[in-house]
Design a protein around this ligand. Sequence first.
Ligand SMILES: *[C@@H]1O[C@H](CO)[C@@H](O)[C@H](O)[C@H]1NC(C)=O
Ligand SMILES: *[C@@H]1O[C@H](CO)[C@@H](O)[C@H](O)[C@H]1NC(C)=O
Ligand SMILES: *[C@@H]1O[C@H](CO)[C@@H](O)[C@H](O)[C@H]1NC(C)=O
Ligand SMILES: *[C@@H]1O[C@H](CO)[C@@H](O)[C@H](O)[C@H]1NC(C)=O
Ligand SMILES: *[C@@H]1O[C@H](CO)[C@@H](O)[C@H](O)[C@H]1NC(C)=O
Ligand SMILES: *[C@@H]1O[C@H](CO)[C@@H](O)[C@H](O)[C@H]1NC(C)=O
Ligand SMILES: *[C@@H]1O[C@H](CO)[C@@H](O)[C@H](O)[C@H]1NC(C)=O
Ligand SMILES: *[C@@H]1O[C@H](CO)[C@@H](O)[C@H](O)[C@H]1NC(C)=O
Ligand SMILES: *[C@@H]1O[C@H](CO)[C@@H](O)[C@H](O)[C@H]1NC(C)=O
Ligand SMILES: *[C@@H]1O[C@H](CO)[C@@H](O)[C@H](O)[C@H]1NC(C)=O
Ligand SMILES: *[C@@H]1O[C@H](CO)[C@@H](O)[C@H](O)[C@H]1NC(C)=O
Length: 368
Amino acid sequence: METNQTLRLFIVCFLLHSLTSISSLSTKNIITDRDALLALKARITHDPDNLLAKNWSTSTSICNWIGVTCGVRHHRVTALNISYLGLTGTIPPQLGNLSFLALLAINDNNFYGSLPYELGRLCRLKYINFNYNQLSGKVPSSIFNISSLQELRFKHNRLLSMVNVSGTGHNLMSLDLSENSLEGEIPSFILECKQLQFLNLTFNNFRGGIPKEIGNLTKLKTLSIGLNKLQGEITQELGNLVELESLILRDNVLTGQIPSLLFNISSLWLINFTNNSLTGDLPHNMCSDRRQATVLKKLLLSINQITGTIPYDLWQCRELTIVGLSYNQFRGCIPRNIGNLTKLEVLALGGNNIIGRYLIESINNIIQ
Ligand SMILES: *[C@@H]1O[C@H](CO)[C@@H](O)[C@H](O)[C@H]1NC(C)=O
Ligand SMILES: *[C@@H]1O[C@H](CO)[C@@H](O)[C@H](O)[C@H]1NC(C)=O
Ligand SMILES: *[C@@H]1O[C@H](CO)[C@@H](O)[C@H](O)[C@H]1NC(C)=O
Ligand SMILES: *[C@@H]1O[C@H](CO)[C@@H](O)[C@H](O)[C@H]1NC(C)=O
Ligand SMILES: *[C@@H]1O[C@H](CO)[C@@H](O)[C@H](O)[C@H]1NC(C)=O
Ligand SMILES: *[C@@H]1O[C@H](CO)[C@@H](O)[C@H](O)[C@H]1NC(C)=O
Ligand SMILES: *[C@@H]1O[C@H](CO)[C@@H](O)[C@H](O)[C@H]1NC(C)=O
Ligand SMILES: *[C@@H]1O[C@H](CO)[C@@H](O)[C@H](O)[C@H]1NC(C)=O
Ligand SMILES: *[C@@H]1O[C@H](CO)[C@@H](O)[C@H](O)[C@H]1NC(C)=O
Ligand SMILES: *[C@@H]1O[C@H](CO)[C@@H](O)[C@H](O)[C@H]1NC(C)=O
Ligand SMILES: *[C@@H]1O[C@H](CO)[C@@H](O)[C@H](O)[C@H]1NC(C)=O
């Protein structure tokens, strides 16, 4: 009897203790969120419309602050969208304390400096957009350790390198690092992001070859790695990318023959290999016994050293709207049936050794 009462008392005390610690934990957390946002506010050196200065006031709940969204149940910050506000400033490490954050959009401002390693603590983050800022230095590897992350955008910053990223980013579906100053080879961690559908590395200083492991990213729909310094041959493994819709390798220094397997990818509608040093002939069955004949809309191969004649079966790629073959080493005649390409808008053939024998006939067909 007596021991029972003691036990009951103990349980009540224990429960009370747990309840108070839970409630102190949750107040601590909304305050942590507020402190993190205030730390960000303190880093803003220019706020043209005084938006945050006026609106992010400690006399109102942070859930009413402009750009801040809180979860209904737990009342924690789930989204921070301060894009297009013309803000200048740096990113404080405290941002890594917004532990319920799922969306972070800071794009189209003038944030500069490096990204804090602490961002890697945001383990619920699905979407990050830092496009069009002036962030510099290294991309912290911790960001790629966020397993919930699906979309990461860094277009148009001043990023120089990625550090020690290894085997992470398992759910990353979309990665945009275009218009930065990234150097070295295409980072190997990207080749391990097996869920990637969209990859844009255009306009950086990447060197070396196109890694053959890129053929493992079989969910890719867009692969854009133009305007770099990539060299060597176009890897055959790209032929494994059966979901591919656009393949942009333009403005690199790629050499060798275009793998004919590429013309067999049934979803590929845009090929832009303009301004490389590609050689060899185009396959003469690229549009006939290939599945792709039904979708190819834009074929851009100008400014290369491609030889041979223009494929006779080109007219069977019936969806073609733009064909750019100028400044190569094509010779012979324009294929007679090219006029069957009734959707053609641009046909660029200058700077070759092509005889315009069927040209008038072809043009008449296109005009009709
Ligand atoms: C801050 O902005 C939000 C959204 O525009 C608005 O609802 C809120 O009233 C503003 N708060 C203050 C203190 O100005
Ligand atoms: C963020 O806010 C801007 C402007 O209010 C809006 O256009 C944009 O779609 C928002 N971004 C996201 C990811 O919700
Ligand atoms: C938040 O982040 C900062 C810097 O990363 C850290 O010093 C601080 O202890 C964190 N926690 C709280 C509750 O603010
Ligand atoms: C990645 O996350 C794991 C736990 O989820 C942690 O042990 C590891 O230190 C993290 N690595 C980096 C580079 O942040
Ligand atoms: C990256 O790796 C090098 C050596 O492999 C190591 O010295 C360095 O500390 C690492 N940097 C980070 C940020 O983990
Ligand atoms: C990739 O980035 C470049 C440079 O910003 C841009 O011009 C291009 O449209 C992007 N590609 C795709 C497919 O979005
Ligand atoms: C990735 O590709 C390479 C080369 O194409 C191949 O040897 C390797 O087995 C692939 N790895 C995985 C995990 O698919
Ligand atoms: C072709 O690419 C090179 C760099 O590889 C560049 O310097 C040159 O201006 C480009 N040519 C054209 C016509 O765009
Ligand atoms: C192209 O695809 C067709 C249809 O799936 C197949 O029969 C043919 O062998 C493929 N050609 C090449 C070069 O892979
Ligand atoms: C293809 O690349 C060239 C530059 O090399 C560029 O001028 C053109 O706009 C690109 N076209 C498409 C459709 O991507
Ligand atoms: C292709 O064009 C030629 C004349 O240039 C015409 O005789 C032929 O019937 C056309 N074929 C198809 C499938 O439209």
